[in-house]
Design a protein around this ligand. Structure first.
Ligand SMILES: Cc1ncc(COP(=O)(O)O)c(C=O)c1O
Length: 310
């Protein structure tokens, strides 16, 4: 089986319970005017970032030190710190401010507990300095040179984890949906899904809902990550015929005034989802889900539920 072949080639760590469930949600589908809506419950496995971390931690000896960056309410930083600790590793994170919400406050507090070093930038201008301080502190945490994990874990190796998530769909659904709606932060999740759909031969569109500034969240970067991941897969003997890989990624903007700022559309979507038992966060899930409240041509859709419950 393809997933087994990839796991054998890359020997990712085992951090999550796969496959994550795919749940049909008829009442929510009806509420947003769709014929069918499914939720891909990445939240059940600790959030979307776990997929990538399995590959980013692969082969790292216990006691390794990781350095990464994100907003104060970044689930990427928290997930990295928590799972690193569980694997016997350590982390230093550099954080930049984001608007405070209940959830971002909880994530920030948990990150302070889970990470070994937390350096907060006092303004966007001082973020590079915060990173330098985090890196220096990380060097003191262990004998080996620390490993850098880019913001959001956006590395081609991590994309392979999301590729496997898309392959799961092939076994969970009888027929391709029209679209998969996913929050677009640093692009790795959407890249992996798009690559997986190409492999499955599905013409499903990935609607990547932009929740972060264009400089980090954009189609060009997403496709580049996908292509680089395809090259890695090729090395594992999973050949993509590059010209034939057409990736159906559409980017839709829903960021509003800035990353982490709740928007009226997102909050409306959040309230509606909550009425149907679906809990969304304001930074990612709510803004992405708001896509379903716009008039679209989606009849059968999947919502990629990425934010773990904290
Ligand atoms: C909860 C959550 N959902 C979605 C995303 C976006 O994923 P990506 O950065 O792979 O685009 C992130 C990124 O940090 C996230 O933390």
């Amino acid at each position: 089986m393809l997933a087994t072949k990839i796991r054998r080639a890359y020997a990712p760590c085992s951090l999550g319970d796969w496959p994550t469930p795919l749940e049909a949600h008829p009442s929510l589908a009806h509420a947003v005017g769709l014929d069918a809506l499914w939720l891909k419950r990445e939240d059940h496995a600790g959030g979307n970032k776990v997929r990538g971390l399995e590959f980013l931690f692969a082969g790292m000896p216990a006691g390794s030190v990781f350095v990464t960056v994100g907003g104060t309410g970044s689930s990427h930083c928290l997930t990295t710190a928590r799972f690193a600790r569980a694997q016997g590793h350590r982390t230093a994170v550099a954080l930049f401010d984001q608007p405070e919400t209940d959830i971002s406050r909880r994530v920030a507090a948990a990150t302070r507990v889970a990470a070994d070093v937390v350096v907060c930038a006092t303004s966007p201008l001082t973020l590079p300095w915060a990173l330098v301080r985090a890196w220096r502190a990380a060097r003191r945490l262990g004998p080996r040179t620390p490993r850098w994990i880019p913001g959001g874990g956006a590395e081609p190796r991590a994309v392979i984890g999301h590729f496997l998530a898309a392959l799961e769909l092939g076994l969970q659904l009888d027929a391709p949906p029209d679209a998969i709606v996913v929050p677009l932060g640093t692009g790795g999740t959407a890249a992996g899904i798009a690559l997986g759909l190409a492999w499955l031969g599905w013409r499903t569109q990935v609607v990547a809902v932009r929740v972060a500034p264009r400089i980090v969240a954009n189609r060009w970067r997403t496709l580049r990550l996908a292509r680089r991941a395809a090259t890695l897969l090729g090395r594992a003997g999973v050949g993509f015929d590059a010209p034939r890989v057409s990736l159906g990624v559409r980017v839709v903007d829903a960021m509003g005034p800035g990353y982490g700022h709740p928007t009226p559309e997102g909050e409306r979507a959040r309230a509606l989802a909550a009425e149907h038992g679906l809990r969304l966060d304001p930074t990612y899930g709510a803004k992405a889900f708001s896509l379903f409240l716009q008039s679209t041509d989606i009849r059968r859709g999947i919502f990629w539920h990425t934010f773990p419950s904290y």
